[in-house]
Design a binder for this molecule. Sequence first.
Ligand SMILES: C[S@@+](CC[C@H](N)C(=O)[O-])C[C@H]1O[C@@H](n2cnc3c(N)ncnc32)[C@H](O)[C@@H]1O
Length: 219
Amino acid sequence: MADSDDDDDVPQLSSHTLAALQEFYDEQQHRNTDPGEDNKYNIGVIEENWQLSQFWYNEETALRLATEAIMAAGKGGRIACVSAPSVYQKLRELKDEDFSVCILEYDKRFAVYGEEFIYYDYNNPLNLPEKLTPHSFDIVIADPPYLSEECLRKTAETIKFLTQGKILLCTGAIMEKEAAELLGVKMCKFIPKHTRNLANEFRCYVNYDSGLNSEVNYS
Ligand SMILES: C[S@@+](CC[C@H](N)C(=O)[O-])C[C@H]1O[C@@H](n2cnc3c(N)ncnc32)[C@H](O)[C@@H]1O
């Protein structure tokens, strides 16, 4: 057992410094878990964590993918965003009530979105709550965290379980062959853009007739 006298050797922070430190941690916690009502759905309000392979779309891409999902889902349709939180945020920011949407995410900071948040780990692709019944979404939009066959294969299991048919996948250009084999999707001309420049070329893939197939956005 350590001698209680050892405590005398531990450097102590002053109460003033401790209070300042506590305030800093409280502020961080608040920023990470409670974005506030006004900007609750802003992209970036939950900051990127690169350890979780988080790279948010820019505004233009998030808006284009959100409107694509609404059009593809149809009036009153159901949309699932799998590992694609900024599409969810953009959908909610549009304040359109004519669809329902779920956000399936590994990062529990997104639990601030309440019942629409569903904890999801691609390693257990079918470990989903009972309320997510098979083939109950008109469209599933997914952006798996890693550019590997294993990650795409497992995420594809989830996608196929959830969708009634339509799939919009965003992933690296290098995954084209695997995406076609696993999900029957084809690369679109539209190129998704991120808030930061990524080293890997990213693309969208769909399995239905979509405007994304013909839209070219070089800028
Ligand atoms: C490449 S990012 C896609 C984000 C997308 N570009 C957007 O702006 O919404 C990958 C996403 O996968 C999530 N993720 C990380 N680990 C995961 C896991 N084990 N299972 C499922 N999703 C995971 C990250 O939190 C992140 O939202």
